[in-house]
Design a protein around this ligand. Structure first.
Ligand code: ADP
Ligand code: MG
Length: 740
């Protein structure tokens, strides 16, 4: 069941980083980005254009200039989204922009420094603090995964074998949308644990960065957090809400021409640009609203973000800018991209009681383990009662009321029973040892029996301990509201936090009102105008004409810009196409000249394209009709008693002992020569040497002192009579047969 909520647009915020040391040397005039924080506007100056040319203005949900703090961005633009995730919505935050503009800084930041912690570590604090402060009837399960998309392949960053791991597949389910199959998912119980997960993933990325030149900026990284919350509903049943949070650090959007890359790097850049342009196409198609087809399937990135763009999610896009004039083109592209994304409408809804909720499985498993454990403990208790002979009576003050207390009592009984039993057995053993009238044998037998009983008791205790440990481990993974995590914040701090949120909310609503007022002012100013004289009217209309003319010029310039942009991206695509065509020709040349045509045809006939995975695949060798039986054809079994299938003719020939060819395969049974070696026998063997060539089949071997051998299918008689030379001869004849 899910509650439908009205659609809402993607929230787009823009952040500009400060000038870096290199850029600062150009002086303050080097800054091309201006920001109006009150109105949420970015004003961009073209450094190549004359000063008289009007600047470009873009309006967003919020803007953050070089002086902005990580906390400002989080409180105002991210916090409401994380609150929604905790309420069971899907949420996505993605950072988009040119390399070096602060995407990673915004998403990760310097997480050790509280002032510089980025969105991801701040979200960790937020989630776990929320859990610690929630009511005790709520149970939570928090899971984290970390993946990257590199060269259009999805790789698990938490896989210990990351470097050599196979790319993962994308799958789709009606419940959770598009997901990654076999992706590692770590259950996290605290901020420390989830930070550990992030570090492990970051290190996997960092290692690749040293190996593969600038890898980190060439892959898209996705940190996924799933928060499942179970709470009793009005119907008395426990309902589960699942919030999924995607934290995405995209690869740099810079142009290939600018990076000056070639060969492998160019292919890499082409893939990045392809996935980013696929993202751009998806955004355009959604923002346009008219095109029925949204090309989500064009790249892995867009498939994974399918729900975040135009689907069941609340989304925040952080577009990052650099203020330096040399990056004017990229800055403008980023702003246009972000401007388009504002128009995307999503339909977020609460994910309630989905079938694949892991929390439900955990709860069921915990209940099963608890039942098993209780059963064991009650059994032990009953045994104790039997041992005691008289009914089980506990002291009055130990009487328990609640189920939990009763369980505790049972556990105590069980431990006590084991202790008592051990003592009893020990006592009995002592008695047996001291009994002087008992036979030694009888003593031994009885002691053995007691020892066995003790062994059984210990084994049972161990099994109970293991079960308890498993039960406790499972239970500890579930976080109970206000219980598992101790909240150290005092009331004053909590109030301060609350006020900060209020201020953030107020600022953003103020900005919204300001933006609306600006639009309305422009519309109504015309209506309010009354003219006293014709001259005044002419003046006003001329002013308006000038304004409109300026606007027209702006739009013309915009059209020119967009055209230039198109030409540039077309050139880049052509360059990529040429590069790929060259590679295709190279591969074609190898195939045509070095692979026999029949082999090539065989391979070609078996290949089919799997659009789901966007890959060519080999069809199985087994024909389609036998596929229905879902079993490969059985290999013919060897003839019983023989090591390989053998013809009837050969069998008859073996039985007749005719031609040596049929006598054996190239397998010999070598028998150890047990006779002690002596010079006489050696001499004799030397003497018999000349005869060997004449009597290949029947030469006497017993007294020759050479190692005897026998082939596997010879009759006992021939075994003794055959010599190693004979077998070898047979072997030589048999070898080509085996090979056939
Ligand atoms: P990207 O991930 O976009 O390639 P980074 O996040 O690695 O870029 O940022 C590049 C550099 O700029 C880093 O050294 C980072 O510390 C610095 N930086 C980025 N944004 C800011 C900011 N808002 N304030 C201070 N430094 C920043
Ligand atoms: Mg980065």
């Amino acid at each position: 069941m899910s509650k439908i909520k009205s659609s809402e647009s993607v929230k787009v915020v823009v952040r500009c980083r400060p000038l870096n040391r290199k850029e600062e040397s150009n002086g303050p005039a080097g800054c091309i980005v201006q920001m109006d924080l009150r109105l949420g506007q970015v004003i961009l100056r073209n450094p190549r254009a004359p000063a008289s040319e009007p600047k470009k203005t873009f309006t967003f949900d919020a803007v953050y200039d070089a002086n902005s703090k990580q906390g400002d961005l989080y409180d105002e633009s991210v916090r409401p989204l994380i609150d929604s995730v905790l309420a069971g919505f899907n949420g996505t935050i993605f950072a988009y922009g040119q390399t070096g503009t602060g995407k990673t800084y915004t998403m990760q930041g310097a997480w050790m420094d509280p002032e510089k912690r980025g969105v991801i570590p701040n979200a960790f604090d937020h989630i776990f603090t929320h859990i610690s402060r929630s009511q005790s009837d709520k149970q939570y399960l928090v899971r984290a995964s970390y993946l990257e998309i590199y060269l259009e392949e999805v790789l698990d960053l938490l896989d210990p074998n990351h470097g050599n791991a196979r790319p993962l597949e994308l799958r789709e389910s009606p419940d959770s949308g598009v997901y990654v199959r076999d992706l590692t998912s770590c259950v996290c119980k605290s901020i420390k644990e989830i930070e550990e997960v992030m570090n492990v993933g970051n290190q996997a990325r960092a290692v690749a960065a040293t190996d593969m030149n600038e890898h980190s900026s060439r892959s898209h990284a996705l940190f996924l957090i799933t928060v499942e919350c179970s709470q009793p509903g009005p119907d008395g049943r426990k309902h589960i809400r699942v919030g999924r949070l995607n934290l995405v650090d995209l690869a740099g959007s810079e142009r290939q021409a600018k990076t000056g890359v070639q060969g492998e790097r160019l292919k890499e850049a082409a893939k990045i640009n392809l996935s980013l342009s696929a993202l751009g196409n998806v955004i355009s198609a959604l923002a346009d609203g008219r095109s029925g087809h949204v090309p989500y399937r064009d790249s892995k990135l867009t498939r994974l973000l399918q729900d975040s763009l135009g689907g069941n999610a609340k989304t925040v896009m952080v577009a990052t800018l650099g203020p330096a004039p040399q990056h004017y083109d990229e800055t403008l592209t980023t702003l246009r991209y972000a401007n388009r994304a504002k128009n995307i409408q999503n339909q977020p809804r609460v994910n309630e009681d989905p079938k694949d909720a892991l929390l439900r499985e955990f709860q069921m498993e915990i209940a099963r383990l608890r039942a098993q454990l209780n059963h064991r403990k009650w059994r032990t208790k009953q045994k104790k009662e039997q041992v005691d002979g008289e009914g089980w009576e506990r002291d009055g003050d130990e009487e328990t009321e609640g189920e939990e207390d009763e369980e505790e009592g049972v556990e105590k009984d069980a431990v006590e029973y084991v202790k008592l039993e051990e003592q009893r057995l020990e006592r009995e053993k002592q008695d047996i040892r001291e009994d002087q009238f008992m036979l030694a044998e009888e003593k031994q037998r009885l002691l053995g029996e007691k020892e066995k009983m003790m062994g059984v008791l210990r084994k049972e205790q161990e099994a109970t301990e293991q079960l308890t440990a498993k039960y406790k481990a499972m239970e500890s993974k579930l976080l109970v509201g206000g219980k598992n995590i101790i909240d150290h914040t005092n009331e004053q701090q909590k109030m301060l936090e609350g006020k900060r949120h209020e201020i953030a909310e107020q600022t953003s609503s103020e900005r919204e009102i300001q933006q609306q007022m600006l639009v309305r002012d422009e519309e109504t100013v015309e209506l309010r105008e009354t003219f006293t004289s014709l001259q005044q009217e002419v003046e006003a209309k001329t002013k308006k004409l000038k304004k409109l003319y300026a606007k027209l010029q702006c739009i013309k310039a915009e059209i020119q810009d967009v055209n230039d942009e198109h030409v540039r991206s077309r050139q880049e695509l052509e360059q990529t196409q040429n590069e790929l065509t060259r590679e295709l020709k190279f591969k074609y040349l190898i195939i045509e000249n070095f692979i026999p045509p029949e082999e090539k045809n065989k391979i070609m006939n078996r290949l089919t394209f799997d659009p789901e995975e966007d890959q060519w695949k080999f069809q199985p060798l087994v024909p389609a009709e036998s596929k229905s039986s879902s079993q490969m054809k059985k290999r013919p079994a060897s003839a019983v008693g023989y090591k390989r299938p053998i013809s009837q003719y050969a069998r008859v020939a073996i039985a007749m002992g005719a031609h040596s060819r049929y006598r054996a395969e190239n397998i010999m049974f070598l028998e150890l020569d047990m006779t002690p070696p002596n010079s006489a026998s050696l001499d004799r063997s030397a003497e018999s040497e000349p005869n060997q060539s004449h009597s290949l089949d029947n030469s006497p071997t017993k007294d020759r002192g050479v190692r005897k051998s026998r082939s596997w299918c010879q009759t006992p008689k021939s075994i003794t009579s055959s010599s190693s030379n004979v077998s070898l001869a047979a072997c030589h004849t048999a070898t080509p047969m085996t090979a056939q």
